[in-house]
Design a protein around this ligand. Structure first.
Ligand code: PMP
Length: 366
C-alpha cells in the first residue's frame, strides 16, 4: 500500500478485524448463537424466490414496506409510536452510522465517543474524514455525566455517540445522561449537534429502550440492528429511528438502491418471526445473567451487563489469558481494554465450556 497515493489519515492503519478462527467455541463477535428456526428459513426461501423473479429490476429504493415493518416492530417493543417516515434502513447498522457521519460529519467536523466503546465509531469517523475525539468514562465504565458534558462544552463536536448498552463493557446509559449530553451538545454548537444512540444491543437490556427520547428532539437518532436480537448478522440489516428530517438527510448520501431486493425480502421474513426470535433473546438474557454470576463465583471481576456479552477480568496480562482460553478451544475477544476480556453469550453448552475453561485456568494461576 505504501506506493499508493492513500489518504494521509489511512496510512499505516489496519482494517477492523476480529479474528475469524475455526475453534469449537466461538464467543468473540457478539453473534446470536442460535441459527434461524427452520420455518423462518423456509419463509426466507419463499420470499427470496418471489424477489428473484423481479431481480431484473432495481429494488424499492426507499424500502417502504421494510421500513413500515421495522416501525411496527419498534412501536410494539418500545411502546413508543414510530412511523415509517421516522425509520431508515441500510446494510448493517455500521452502514447506518456511516451514512449519518457522511451527512452530519465529514472534513472540518468532529465526532465524540466515550471510550472504551465500539471501535467502529472512531473508524467510521476516520473513513468519512470526520475528526475523532475520545471522551472520558469512569473506571467502572459508566459515563460520568459532568465530565462528558464538560468535554462536549470544550470540544463542541458535531456528532455525539452514546453506545447503550455499550460495547465492549455491557454498560447501559440512563435517559437522564442522554438528555444531559443532548442539551450540552445543542448548547455547545450554534445550529445544533447530532446525538446518535447506538442501541445495537437494546433488546438485551434489563431496562427500557432510549428510543422514546427522539420525541421532540430533532437531532437525536437511535440506531438498531437485526445482527444481534434477530440472530441475522449474516443478513446485514441495520436501521435507525429519528425525526423524518434525519431520514431525508441520510438519503442525500445513500447510494441509490443500496438495499438489495434479497435483503429486503429476507428482513421482512425475519420480522414475521419476531415473537420466536425474541423468545431466543429471553433465553440469552438469562444465560447472560448466569455468565455474570458464575464468573463472579469463579473469582473474576465482572462489569454489570445489559448486552448479550460480558466483560470480565481483571488480568495482569489479558492477552495471555485470551491465548490460554483459545488453547482450551474457546475464542473470546480481547478489545485492548487493559486487564479485561469480553465473552459473548452462547448456547448453554458453549457457556458451560467457557466457564469450565475459566475455572480451570483460574485454578492453575491461583
Ligand atoms: N454497534 C455496535 C455497538 C456493535 O457492537 C455492532 C456490531 N458489533 C454494530 C453497531 C454493527 O453491527 P451491524 O453492522 O452488524 O448492524
Amino acid at each position: 500500500m505504501d506506493e499508493l497515493p492513500l489518504r494521509d489519515e489511512l496510512r499505516g492503519k489496519s482494517p477492523y478485524g476480529a479474528p475469524q478462527l475455526d475453534v469449537p467455541v466461538r464467543l468473540n463477535t457478539n453473534e446470536n448463537p442460535y441459527p434461524l428456526p427452520e420455518p423462518l428459513v423456509a419463509r426466507i426461501a419463499e420470499k427470496v424466490a418471489d424477489a428473484a423473479r423481479a431481480l431484473n429490476r432495481y429494488p424499492d429504493r426507499d424500502a417502504l414496506e421494510l421500513r413500515a415493518g421495522l416501525a411496527h416492530y419498534l412501536t410494539r417493543t418500545t411502546g413508543h409510536p414510530v412511523d415509517r417516515a421516522q425509520v431508515w434502513a441500510a446494510n448493517g447498522s455500521n452502514e447506518v452510522l456511516q451514512q449519518l457521519l457522511q451527512a452530519f460529519g465529514g472534513p472540518g467536523r468532529t465526532a465524540i465517543g466515550f471510550e472504551p466503546s465500539y471501535s467502529m465509531h472512531a473508524l467510521i469517523a476516520r473513513g468519512t474524514g470526520t475528526g475523532w475525539i475520545s471522551g472520558p468514562r469512569r473506571a467502572d465504565f459508566t459515563i460520568d455525566t459532568e465530565a462528558a458534558v464538560r468535554a462536549i462544552g470544550e470540544q463542541r463536536p458535531d456528532v455525539v455517540f452514546v453506545c447503550s448498552p455499550n460495547n465492549p463493557t455491557g454498560t447501559a446509559v440512563d435517559a437522564d445522561t442522554v438528555l444531559a449530553l443532548y442539551d450540552a451538545a445543542q448548547a455547545a454548537k450554534p445550529g445544533g449537534a447530532m446525538v446518535v444512540v447506538d442501541e445495537a444491543y437494546g433488546e438485551f437490556s434489563h431496562g427500557p429502550s432510549l428510543l422514546p427520547l427522539i420525541e421532540g428532539r430533532p437531532r437525536l437518532v437511535v440506531s438498531r440492528t437485526m445482527s444481534k436480537a434477530f440472530g441475522a448478522a449474516g443478513l446485514r440489516l441495520g436501521y435507525l429511528a429519528a425525526a423524518p428530517a434525519v431520514v431525508d438527510a441520510v438519503q442525500l448520501v445513500r447510494l441509490p438502491y443500496h438495499l438489495s431486493a434479497v435483503t429486503q425480502a429476507t428482513a421482512l421474513a425475519a420480522l414475521e418471526f419476531t415473537d420466536t426470535l425474541l423468545g431466543y433473546v429471553e433465553q440469552l438474557k438469562s444465560e447472560r445473567d448466569r455468565l455474570v454470576a458464575e464468573l463472579r463465583a469463579a473469582g473474576c471481576e465482572v462489569t454489570a451487563s445489559d448486552a448479550n456479552f460480558v466483560q470480565f477480568g481483571r488480568f495482569t496480562d489479558a492477552h495471555e489469558f485470551w491465548q490460554r482460553l483459545l488453547d482450551e478451544g474457546v475464542l473470546v475477544r480481547d478489545n485492548g481494554v487493559p486487564g479485561w476480556l469480553r465473552v459473548s453469550t452462547g448456547t448453554p453448552a458453549e457457556n458451560d465450556a467457557f466457564l469450565d475453561a475459566v475455572r480451570k485456568l483460574k485454578k492453575e494461576t491461583a
